[in-house]
Each structure stands twice: as structure tokens, then as C-alpha cells.
Design a protein around this ligand. Sequence first.
Ligand code: GCO
Length: 264
Amino acid sequence: MSISLFDLTGKIALITGSTHGLGMAMAKGLGKAGATLIINGNSSQLKIDDALEIYKAEGINAYGYKFNVTDESQVINAIANIEKEVGHIDILVNNAGIIKRVPLEEMEVDDFKEVINVDLVSPFLVSKHVVKGMIARKEGKIINICSMMSELGRNTVGAYAAAKGGLKMLTQNMATEWAKHNIQTNGIGPGYFATSQTAPIRVDGHPFNDFIINRTPAGKWGNPDDLQGAAIFLASKASNFVNGQVVYVDGGILATIGKPSNED
Ligand code: GCO
């Protein structure tokens, strides 16, 4: 029987920031495709334990590791423990991220630096230490979670856009440097999804909520599970000759200039 191009059986996937939200949704997709999951968070062991219960309730084999993706010593220790206790990491999804919505002229420099550190420096930091094993084994998949802000600006998210724009180019450079080792590095660019991160701008009647519904050709906020297909594709051998690409899962936002709010 031929193994599906999208089968992840026998693979181990580390997804940073996967105790909730888009990270959990993508992780579930990889788990349902057969991968063993390494779940990560930094807020509390309780959150990780609660998340593990959710994964296990769906029949997904998952382990939890609490570490701060901005702390290089914690990253190094965590990767060593994962590789000793579970096995080598075949798939890395750099998903952990933060956002601070502040007009640039009002933003504190430290807040700007924190967003850059979590959203751009950490994917570099974690990838740098995971890729060593991938290079040794001549095989690996790295998926960086980008954003609409990898392509477009928006009021009050300047630090986030700078980070996510940089992450798109970092993805292209990782692909450039590591493809020769049979490591495929790509990105996923989510559009606007219904998560805790967007909850503040999604409440009924919030002008941004109406704006996104109108700006998205599909006419709705994305469901986090809509990201699972792109994650499985970029984590599987189906994408073995795909490198440096960002797959936008955005309901068509980047395809259009938009339309007047009174037009269907
Ligand atoms: C915002 C949103 C976006 C989305 C996502 C879009 O404030 O504009 O939070 O940043 O979360 O990144 O791709």
C-alpha cells in the first residue's frame, strides 16, 4: 500500500506556542496526520497539562515542554531533553508570538524590541538549535508562522509588521542556506482568524470586525482548523521541493484591493 504524501506517521513535530489558538489548531492537524507532538508554552505547566489533555482526548500522541523561546539556554536544554526523552525533531513550527497594538509614535522602545524578540529573533533562535540535528540527518521541515503583516501594514501594529515582514525574509534565507541539506523551510501566513489574539478587535459592532468581514472575499473570519491543510502539506513529503514560500491562508485578502462596504 503506498504511503500518503501527507502521512506524518513516525515524525516528531515541535510546535512553539501550542497550548491554544492557531498553534493548537495546526498541531492538531499534524497529530491527526500521524505526527508525535511536542507541545510548548511558557506561561504555566498547568496550561501545558490542560492542553495535553485536549490533544490526548483526540487520540493524539503529545508531550509537553515548558520553555521560553526567547531564552537561548532554556531552548538548548529543552531541545536536548526532547531529543533524549522523545526523539529527534523532524518538523519545527515556529508559531509562538505576541502582538502589541500601539501607534508607532506612542510605542515604548522596549515594547517594540519585545515584539521583535519574540516574533522574529525567537524563530531564528529555536531554528538555529533544532536545525543542527536536521543537518546531521539530512532531512527536516521548518514552518515559520508569518502574517498578513508580512505583506501589509496596518495602524497600531508596526512592531508586529516589522517582525512578521522580517520573518518572511528570514524564511527565504533559511531556505537558501539549508535546502542543500534536504531541509525545506517555508511559511504560513494566516489571514484574520477567530482566536484570543484577535478577540479584542472581533467583538460584534467593533469597526475592525466589520472591516475584516468586508475586506475578506470569503466574507468571514477564518476558523483555526482552516490552517491544518497548509501545515500538513508543508510538514510532509508532499512539499519536498517547495522552499522559501509563504502559503497565505487568508480567505482571499491578499488577492484583492477590497470593495466598497455597500457592495456585495
Ligand atoms: C491585527 C491582527 C493580525 C492577525 C494576523 C493577521 O491586529 O491586525 O491581530 O495581526 O492576528 O497576524 O495575519
